[in-house]
Ligand binder design. Structure first.
Ligand SMILES: N[C@@H](CCC[C@H](N)C(=O)O)C(=O)O
Length: 285
């Protein structure tokens, strides 16, 4: 079916999945912005585009609602894995997906009514080297460094899990604070490719509460790659064990970090609706 879409969420982080092979129009920046807008389009935290891959069974591009492209997305990967399984593209429960941020392995570990429900993704290895994140930092790793904003300073920790993250450890979490400063941090000159931002509070050796400001999307209820990045940071700083529950406004994700910084993420995904993009929605793009 031409221009068929599926909208699915992982803990309230919602994506529209499209298949490049079935599309009658080009997914330009203007098209992405319109489709992701809740008033002029369907509304979502981004678009997941199924593309061919010569390195892997499936290829995925991740588009943010501002039209920019992300290298990786944790919730996006679980949502895409569910789509591949439920719509018959993947015939096994374990398969590989190529993203611009590296190859990952996805595994359907629980079904409900014949549909994929709980999914595990091997997200790859955490990268702490400043240059590779990238972050403009004099030290080889950007852990416990100072970020100066117009009216305040934060102690920051940076890590890439395929896409870049800036984690700020806090004693108390405040939604208004991340909504106020998220964009200034995201677009700070220290981060040449912009950055995803998390405020994180360690509540026990295996639980961390997290608020998120996503690059290219803003405030979101949950983020898989953010959960992985926070988990790597709190382990790196010796604050927790390596098996963690990350608690976000939209729900919980389970993260495991190996001794060599390989990351595994497990969580639920649910389909919201499916249909065909309206002809008038995709006009004039
Ligand atoms: N929601 C995602 C992250 C999506 C990409 C991010 N906005 C970026 O630009 O890196 C997740 O669940 O990881």
């Amino acid at each position: 079916m031409q221009n068929f879409f599926v909208k699915t969420h992982g803990l309230g982080n919602d994506y529209i999945v499209l298949n490049q092979d079935d599309m009658s129009f080009e997914l330009t920046r203007k098209a992405i912005v319109r489709i992701c807008d809740v008033h002029f389009g369907i509304g979502s935290d981004g678009i997941l585009l199924k593309v061919p891959s010569d390195k892997s069974e499936f290829g995925l591009r991740i588009l943010n609602p501002d039209g920019s492209e992300a290298e990786k997305s944790g919730n996006g990967l679980r949502i895409f894995a569910k789509y591949l399984y439920d719509y018959g593209f993947a015939t096994k429960k374990i398969f590989s997906i190529e993203t611009p941020g590296g190859l990952v392995k996805a595994e359907i570990i629980e079904e409900k009514n014949g549909k994929a429900f709980r999914i595990k993704v091997d997200m790859g290895k955490a990268i702490f080297e400043s240059k590779r994140i990238p972050v403009k930092c004099e030290n080889e790793e950007c852990i416990g460094e100072t970020l100066k904003l117009v009216d305040r300073e934060y102690e920051i920790n940076c890590v890439s899990v395929g896409n870049p993250h800036c984690i700020i450890l806090k004693d108390e979490l405040n939604e208004d604070e991340i909504k106020t400063y998220g964009s200034e941090i995201e677009n700070h000159e220290m981060f040449p490719n912009r950055i995803n931002v998390q405020f994180a509070k360690v509540v026990s050796p295996n639980e961390v509460e997290v608020l998120i400001w996503e690059r290219g999307a803003g405030w979101t209820l949950a983020s898989g790659s953010s959960s992985c990045a926070v988990a790597c940071t709190v382990v790196k700083r010796g604050l927790t064990e390596r098996k963690l529950t990350i608690k976000m406004p939209g729900g919980d994700l389970k993260i495991e970090i190996d001794e060599d910084w390989e990351i595994r993420m497990t969580g639920d995904v649910r389909e919201i609706c499916s249909g065909t993009l309206g002809a008038e929605l995709i006009q004039d793009l």
